[in-house]
Design a protein around this ligand. Structure first.
Ligand code: GCB
Ligand code: CA
Length: 891
């Protein structure tokens, strides 16, 4: 009896549910995948048994960046999967929805061609109703191609164009009468707020309804607005007639909400709009979608910056790339969510969704957390002068706008990034015709945006070549000018940054200015107490960001800024401290928080922040530099409190004032474990933070019995510290030799000459190692490396790489002025002696191993009669070199 009741109840539940609610679910798992163009791949009977099995999100390039082979696979690949579709779906419309796949997709269902989509960063869908067999299995075959196509943006850019279905893919079943799914994969509903004040909001809702049946229908269109608690605030019904197989527009104007709850950065209240389609009596619910509604008004003022709901707000935040360590761009929702949480924790209120639209959950998170966004299409570096390129770009703009139209977080649409960075040619003849093409593209995109959406601002991001942009009239077109600036990184003089801001402010009167990019490369494994531009150290990262933050905060006309970047990201064509990785993130590829992140966390208006810096530098070391046999090294502490006290191994080493939210402490490290604890107090509140560091003391006096010598790893020509995280090994800077101690004799640190002076070490990729920084610095022309180590058996490892290149190095696209301009390699050979014994008559690294290749040679050496260790270099031709040395006591 009881059982039966439940049963009846269930039937009732299902009956109402299936009538009105669309069904949407992912079909991500267990696809067959094959790169290339396998014969027959689209056909039902194709044999895919030998194909790899993958889950979506998927990319075929996620591991490409790890090898030495330049480039990555760009071309076609196929996905196949059989999917059972319920018989009950036969009288519905069936749609397959892709959140994003890079970059051209062709879909076949049951051997039949369904359609094609161009562009790798926006959502798209296909109605597959007439291709399906109901109550049966259906073969889906999807061709995805990420090959270069001159008609599809981006043509080139500083990020990897991963191929694959790298975002969720769904099946959706909906009544034949439904909210439109044929409108650039939008929700079919557009919510506008022509007027919002504290007193009153005026809302206007445009809904597109499709009738996929063979006869006309009359429907009732309902829009119900609820507040965040679910309470109904307004509800409107409109009658609509829709002819067979057409889409009709229903507009509901002048919906008034009194005393609206506003969407704000600190309190992002969201209403929810439920759009429903009923039969004409209002009895049967055909379809429903919901959209967020944020009531807010905003304005950019060229002098006073950004205002949200009438209040000035400096927009401070990040750019973000959609990739992660070893995953490429194929990230599950939770990985995207995590990034926005990281931003929020850092104190950001602004995200430049660059250089392309991203996963819907990114936008949802920004709506939820009160993060203002700017979204842009990936027209980067250059354009192609064809109608197809323009058409594809316009389509991308429409998809972007329509898909994210209802998001309260979106306030800016962008459409070009550094579009004159890669001018295909630079001769006058060419430029004369190229500039007008770029201008025309820009104007077309600008006009498209303004037509699609009158409520947001438009933006373009320029690189530091205003003359180019002025000549092409690009500075006149968008409402907001975004500047990508790297003074103190690619360009030498960091103070040029603020001068440039002031000049731009003077010159572009009436224009709104944002700093859309700025940032130094930081390899989290590198540290330096003599930080300098382009050394990739955490410490230079702080110098740079501190400077930029100070200057931008001091200028009200800078409406906002977005650092480059939230996270490190892959860029196949780039070689820095980590090959194929752009290290300008404030977090790593694995989202490790660098000191720069901690600095912002303490600086951006967060409350009660206390973070000891260098916290990921777990294996740390250095040379004894006190009579107490400790090694004093500086440790930064980040806090929004005025004073911090630091305890080292239980003892206070004093209090320091935080200046610009940082206090630097000289910490005396002992061998082994060190416990460092910070305490800050304000208004009766106490904050504490603690880290543990494993420290390896390296004796300076090698006869010092208190700190016995076990090993030392020294990078030549380098003031940097490096942590080999795999081997948990510490690399320390070089020092000159003095008797009783250790160090180099003779020679000079290798410095690369660049367009702007010289820089530490080299930036070429070093093959055969994961530890480029060990090899990228070098001492040239040295006579010897001496260490007065005690008697015993040693392993002595010499590390080499030829840093000069055989021909003038091909200039790296993104290192702008920082490219190496050393004349190129001239022959070098030298002899090697250990403790006076010739061990190799003729070392010729370039000849024997090639250029930029890691070479590590281990020598077993007996040291006796108290003579210590001497590695001698005998010049034969050119200057002898040594990149690093490891001395390890075997017995
Ligand atoms: C830029 C580009 C960005 C690069 C960045 C860099 O100006 O817009 O895509 O990644 O510089 O790191 O060089
Ligand atoms: Ca997703």
């Amino acid at each position: 009896m009881r059982k039966n009741l439940v049963f009846v109840f269930l039937i009732a539940l299902f009956a109402t549910a299936s009538a009105g609610v669309r069904t949407v679910y992912t079909i991500n798992d267990r696809w067959k995948f094959c790169p290339g163009s396998p014969f027959d791949a689209q056909n039902i009977g194709a044999d895919d048994s030998s194909w790899e099995t993958v889950n979506i999100p998927h990319t075929w390039n996620n591991l490409d960046g790890d090898d030495e082979i330049p480039g990555y696979y760009r071309g076609p690949a196929w996905y196949r999967k059989s999917i059972f579709v319920d018989e009950s779906r036969e009288n519905q419309s069936a749609v397959i929805v892709f959140e994003g796949a890079n970059q051209v997709v062709e879909l076949y269902v049951n051997g039949l061609y369904v359609g094609k989509h161009i562009g790798g960063y926006t959502r798209f869908n296909f109605d597959i109703s007439r291709f399906l067999n109901y109550g049966k299995k259906n073969v889906f075959a999807i061709k995805v191609d990420n090959g270069y196509d001159p008609n599809i943006p981006p043509l080139s850019a500083d990020f990897t164009f991963y191929g694959g279905i790298y975002r969720d893919v769904y099946l959706m079943f909906v009544d034949k009468v439904h909210l439109a799914t044929n409108d650039y994969a939008s929700s079919g509903v557009y919510i506008r707020t022509p007027e919002v004040t504290e007193k009153k909001a005026v809302v206007e809702i445009t809904s597109l309804v499709s009738n996929d049946t063979d006869s006309p229908v009359e429907i009732i269109l309902e829009n119900k607005i609820c507040d965040a608690t679910g309470k109904e605030v307004k509800s409107l019904r409109t009658n609509l007639k829709i002819a067979s197989r057409t889409t009709e527009t229903g507009i509901q104007k002048k919906i008034i909400i009194d005393n609206p709850l506003l969407w704000d950065i600190d309190n992002p209240h969201r209403y929810q709009v439920y759009t429903r389609v009923y039969d004409k009596k209002g009895d049967v619910l055909y379809d429903e979608v919901s959209n967020p509604l944020g009531l807010r008004w905003f304005e950019f003022d060229p002098e006073r910056g950004f205002f949200l709901n009438g209040k000035p707000r400096k927009l401070v935040g990040n750019n973000r790339h959609q990739d992660y360590l070893a995953k490429g761009n194929a990230l599950r929702d939770e990985m995207h969510v995590r990034d926005i949480l990281l931003m929020k924790q850092m104190g950001s209120n602004f995200l430049r969704v660059s250089h392309y639209p991203q996963d819907p959950v990114i936008m949802e998170m920004c709506d939820k957390l009160g993060i203002v966004t700017s979204v842009e299409i990936p027209v980067v570096n250059a354009v192609t002068d064809t109608p197809e390129f323009l058409e594809n770009s316009v389509n991308m703009v429409k998809e972007m706008i329509r898909q994210d139209f209802n998001r309260p977080s979106v306030m800016i649409w962008g459409y070009m990034n550094e579009i004159l960075l890669r001018r295909p040619r630079t001769d006058e003849d060419f430029l004369k015709s190229y500039y007008p093409v770029v201008e025309k593209t820009a104007r077309t995109l600008e006009n498209t945006i303004r037509k699609e959406d009158t409520s947001r601002y438009t933006m373009m991001a320029y690189h530091n070549a205003p003359d180019f942009y002025e000549r092409a009239h690009l500075t006149e077109i968008p409402m907001i000018m975004g500047w990508n600036l790297y003074q103190g990184w690619y360009e030498p003089d960091i103070d040029e940054f603020q001068r440039l801001l002031d000049r731009a402010h003077d010159k572009y009167k009436g224009k709104v200015l944002l700093v859309t990019e700025y940032g130094p490369g930081v390899d989290p494994r590198l540290h330096s107490y003599k930080p300098e531009r382009f050394d990739f150290s955490q410490e230079y990262g702080i110098i740079y960001h501190r400077h930029y933050l100070r200057e931008m905060m001091a200028r009200p006309f800078i409406a906002g800024f977005t650092m480059w970047n939230l996270n490190d990201f892959y860029s196949e064509s780039r070689i820095d401290a980590v090959p194929h990785v752009n290290n300008k993130g404030v977090t790593g590829l694995d989202r490790e928080r660098k000191d720069t992140y901690l600095f912002y966390e303490a600086s951006l208006g967060n409350k009660d922040v206390l973070r000891i810096g260098n916290r990921e530098w777990k294996n740390r070391g250095g040379v004894v530099n006190t009579v107490e046999n400790t090694c004093v090294q500086s440790v930064p502490v980040f806090s929004d409190y005025p004073v911090v006290e630091l305890y080292v191994n239980g003892k206070s080493i004093g209090s320091k004032k935080c200046e610009e939210n940082i206090a630097f402490f000289d910490v005396p490290f002992v061998n082994g474990e060190n416990v460092v604890e910070a305490v800050a107090r304000k208004n009766g509140k106490e904050l504490r933070d603690m880290i543990r560091i494993d420290f390896k003391l390296i004796p300076d006096d090698l006869k010092n019995g208190d700190v016995p010598f076990t090993e030392m790893n020294v990078m030549l020509g380098s003031p940097r510290y490096f942590e080999d995280r795999t081997a948990e090994m510490i690399w320390i800077p070089e020092q000159p030799y003095k008797p009783g101690s250790w160090g180099y004799i003779g020679g000079e640190p290798y410095r690369r000459k660049t367009g702007f002076g010289s820089m530490l070490g080299s930036d070429i990729d070093i093959f055969g190692t994961d530890n480029n920084p060990i090899f990228q610095t070098q001492r040239t022309g040295l006579e010897a490396f001496k260490a007065d180590v005690p008697d015993g058996e040693y392993s002595v490892y010499l590390y080499w790489a030829e840093l000069d290149t055989d021909k003038k190095k091909e200039s790296l696209v993104y290192n702008l002025g920082a490219d190496t301009e050393n004349g190129g390699y001239s022959k070098r050979t030298f002899g090697l002696e250990i403790n006076g014994n010739p061990v190799m008559d003729k070392v010729d690294i370039a000849e024997d191993y090639g250029f930029g290749c890691a070479v590590i040679q281990k020598f077993i050496v007996n040291v006796n009669d108290g003579k210590g260790l001497t590695v001698g270099f005998k010049r034969i031709e050119g200057e002898p070199i040594l990149n690093a040395i490891r001395i390890y006591k075997n017995y």
